[in-house]
Design a protein around this ligand. Structure first.
Ligand code: FES
Length: 250
């Protein structure tokens, strides 16, 4: 299928994702570490951040999970959220802002509660991602609860075209799935459960024997259904949760 170049929007810096579009304000005074006496931090956030800091030899390695915790609590990496993380970690807000603006999965502007990333990189594009993206935008409409964005390779090309919905990987999808996705989210139901990556068995090591035939659900889950012929850990069991992804083309 030929790709129509007019359907591949690019931003001024050449990428298909909005990257570093906000210039740094060089007139601002250098930030200082917030004063703990005058910076209120919710107890549960403080406890969570301190637990992350204890995991690493260099406490600054906890910046990403700490920002995730603040984003979960505040809905986005607001100046207040960053100030609170900075206060607990004894870092400057500028240090954490540099991290938050570098990674796509942090938002430094207000956004909808539900993150819908539609992968539009090459594998997904070849399988109809641009149509899927348009269908997802149209299904979400003006609902402020949905934050629909295109994304560069979410690393699940075997289920292309796919989306990440609040961290749940779902695919392969067709544009007609989008209304159901929105309806499931609004109803608080699991979203297209049969197409969730976590329910797909992974390939197992050489020599393993098939122990169970695929269920109808699994067999229907897409063009890579042959992966399902052997038992193995599900995707959710085989690796850590995906976290922030650096901005830029994948
Ligand atoms: S191109 Fe879409 S997941 Fe890799």
């Amino acid at each position: 299928m030929a790709i129509d170049p007019t359907r591949v929007p690019r931003f001024a810096h050449g990428s298909r994702v909005p990257g570093w579009d906000d210039a740094a304000d060089l007139t601002k005074a250098p930030a200082v570490v917030p004063d703990a006496a005058t910076t209120p931090v919710p107890d549960e956030l403080r406890v969570e951040i301190e637990a992350y800091m204890a995991r690493y030899p260099d406490f600054r390695s906890a910046a990403i999970p700490a920002l995730h915790a603040a984003q979960r609590l505040h809905g986005w990496c607001s100046p207040t959220a960053i100030e609170q993380v900075a206060c607990v970690m004894r870092l400057t807000p500028g240090y954490l802002t540099a991290v938050a603006t570098f990674y796509d999965m942090f938002d430094t502007h207000p956004k909808g509660r539900h993150d819908v990333y539609v992968c539009t990189n090459i594998s997904c594009s070849l399988r109809g991602a641009d149509e899927l993206y348009e269908a997802m935008l149209s299904a979400a409409g003006d609902d402020p609860d949905f934050d629909v964005k295109s994304f560069e390779c979410l690393g699940a090309c075997d289920i292309a075209p796919m989306i990440s919905l609040d961290g749940e990987y779902i695919g392969p999808l067709v544009p007609e799935d989008c209304d159901q996705i929105v309806a499931d989210v609004k109803a608080g139901r699991p979203v297209l459960e049969a197409k969730q990556l976590r329910h797909r068995p992974a390939a197992v090591s050489a020599g393993a024997q098939p122990s169970q035939p695929p269920t109808p659900d699994r067999a229907a889950s897409g063009p890579t259904a042959s992966h399902n012929e052997v038992e193995g850990p599900t995707a959710g069991e085989r690796g850590p949760e995906r976290h922030a992804t650096p901005r830029g083309d994948g």
